[in-house]
Ligand binder design. Structure first.
Ligand code: PEP
Ligand code: MG
Length: 579
């Protein structure tokens, strides 16, 4: 089965199928001596739901249709049925899954069986099973977990590695899988630079998105191989194939260990050009990994992840300040580029927030109220974030980055909000340092008005993920048009070259922080266009550095113009490098 490769490496493990609506169910292992207590939790949830259903039935108004009472009876029966209750218990006892995970795994197995049934009446019973499971999950959520124990399958002796399979995973849910038990991901939908894919890449585990039929064809517990380099998913492979992939897994581990040794080498081309390698992070804790891989700063802190999955409540100023401060302190004096919140498009906030209400009717959210547009439409929240970022600047070197700028009115609105935020801090006697102000170049209109932007901003960061999306009119999260998402398109190269050239000429700092920066296919090209600062997922840093160490920037620059003129730039570039 084929999909889009989004995160490199090979994962081998058993499939855990999760319905998209249930990806937020906790997945963790239970210590062997707590298995019976966990079974007790399951039983308790079942009893709670049984009581709920009995009360519902008892209190049915006399005029209620009699089918309703019959339906409640069916639910009560399903609740005690061996195929739900008994089998779920088995998942806990034999696999040591926590009760929620065991229940959703078994619900998924049963849902498949019902899907395959000929009889329409029986097929519809799937919804009943799901409703009963949903009630039990809610009952368990109310009680909370016994000691949750997140960890690697290896920590629990003899258990198999696991791979998550879902129709779709929202970026906000994906972020919750950081540090979880899964060693790989497969989804039916999604593009290579969708935010779900970006988070998978930042977790540095193999992932394939846009595999279309994956969640229908793969069954709970199947053995899977995920080839994150080729975008291939193999179901129940033969022992020979398995052996081949295990070999590849070992090879890539060796390669990584070899690249890790470059960590302390300065990143300089053969002809002596220094190239700055920065990290993209989503959570403050990521900065430790950024430092470990040898990043000389954070080029993009995507702060919106602090705003997601909060049940409608947004983080207050102090909470944000603590998050930014901890990232800044962890970087030990190295610069941290904090981007103001970029919600909207494929990164919606929770349903209940102000913005989500505004979004509900957006026909085309990628062209709607996202990024700086959203911030300017919520002035109090924007100022709150600006104050939190400014306060963090008292603890290190902070740069402030604004996403999706295109209009002068947005620049003025931002400056105005920043001025007010500073004044509020001064009035309160709260310390902060001056921060440089940068613009993300992600809209063609911005790329084409660099002379104007250069007058207002101190530095620039090119968001190629969006710049490509908006230049080519290709939704970056839609696998149906993924084949047209083409960084090598001459129009994209023209914009990149112009922006880098204009910033360099004006002596202002410019970097690329989109996925192109961490993809070794583009390292030499970007050097040729004059780029000297790259920001990427920490895991990508060693291989990009290796390319830089082997590059001759002056020689590469000589090929740039020919490629800019070519009909097929990718071919022309490869030919130039080879020749
Ligand atoms: C980009 O658009 O390239 C970028 C870095 O921002 P994001 O991926 O968060 O939209
Ligand atoms: Mg962007």
């Amino acid at each position: 089965m084929f999909g889009l490769p989004v995160s490199r490496g090979v994962a081998i493990g058993r499939a855990v199928l999760v319905a998209s609506s249930r990806v937020d169910v906790a997945h963790y292992y239970i210590e062997p001596d707590r298995v019976q207590a966990e079974v007790g939790r399951l039983r308790h949830a079942r009893d709670t739901v049984a009581e709920e259903l009995s009360i519902l039935k008892r209190d049915l108004p006399a005029e209620a249709p009699h089918e309703l009472a019959a339906l409640l009876d069916v639910h009560l029966m399903l609740l005690h049925d061996e195929m739900l209750a008994g089998a779920t218990k088995q998942w806990i006892e034999t696999r040591h899954y926590n009760a929620e995970w065991a229940l959703s795994a078994q619900t998924e197995v049963l849902a498949r069986q019902f899907d395959d049934m000929e009889d329409e009446y029986l097929r519809e019973r799937k919804a009943d099973i799901e409703q009963v499971a949903e009630r039990m999950l809610r009952a368990m959520a109310k009680e909370g977990p016994l000691l949750p124990l997140r960890g690697h399958p290896r920590d629990f002796g003899g258990e198999d590695p696991l791979v998550l399979v879902a129709n779709d995973i929202a970026p906000a849910d994906m972020i919750q899988f950081k540090g979880s038990v899964f060693t790989g991901f497969v989804t039916d939908v999604g593009g290579k630079t969708s935010h779900t894919a970006i988070v998978a890449r930042s977790m540095d585990i193999p992932a394939v998105v846009g595999a279309r039929e994956a969640s229908r064809l793969i069954r709970q517990d199947d053995w899977l191989i995920i080839d994150g380099d080729a975008g291939v998913v193999l179901i129940n492979p033969s022992p020979i194939v398995l052996e081949e992939y295990r070999f590849r897994q070992r090879q890539s581990e060796l390669e990584r260990a070899r690249l890790d040794r470059l960590r302390h080498r300065p990143s300089v081309t053969l002809d002596g050009q220094s190239v700055e390698l920065l990290a993209n992070i989503e959570l403050p804790a990521d900065s430790a990994i950024a430092l470990e891989t040898g990043a000389v700063g954070v080029g993009l802190f995507r702060t919106e992840f602090l705003f997601m999955t909060r049940n409608g409540e947004l983080p207050g100023e102090d909470e944000q300040y603590e998050a930014y401060r901890s990232a800044v302190e962890a970087m030990k004096g190295l610069p941290v580029t904090i981007r103001t919140v970029d919600v909207g498009a494929d990164k919606p906030l929770d349903r209940l927030t102000v913005s989500e209400l505004k979004h509900e009717h957006a026909l085309n959210p990628a062209l709607g109220l996202r990024a700086i547009r959203w911030s300017l439409s919520e002035p109090a929240m924007f100022r709150q974030q600006l104050r939190a970022i400014l306060r963090a600047s008292a603890h290190g070197k902070v740069r402030l980055l604004i996403p999706m700028v295109a209009h002068l009115s947005e620049i003025r609105g931002t400056m105005d909000a920043l001025g007010r935020a500073k004044q509020q801090l001064i009035d309160a006697g709260t310390p902060f340092n001056d921060v440089e102000l940068g613009a993300m170049i992600e809209i063609p209109a911005a790329a084409m008005t660099m002379p104007m932007l250069l007058r207002h901003f101190d530095f620039f960061s090119i968001g190629t993920n969006d710049l490509i999306q908006y230049t080519l009119a290709i939704d970056r999260a839609d696998e149906a048009v993924a084949h047209l998402y083409e960084p090598w398109h001459p129009a994209v190269l023209r914009l990149l070259s112009d922006v880098i050239g204009a910033a360099n000429k004006a002596g202002k700092h410019v970097s690329v922080c989109g996925e192109m920066a961490g993809d070794v296919e583009f390292t030499e090209l970007l050097l040729a266009l004059g780029l000297r600062s790259f920001s990427m997922h920490p895991a990508q840093l060693p291989s990009v550095k290796q390319r830089i160490l082997r590059a001759d920037a002056a020689r590469l620059a000589r090929y740039a113009s020919a490629v800019m003129e070519a009909d097929e730039p990718a071919k022309a570039w490869k030919a130039a490098l080879a020749g």
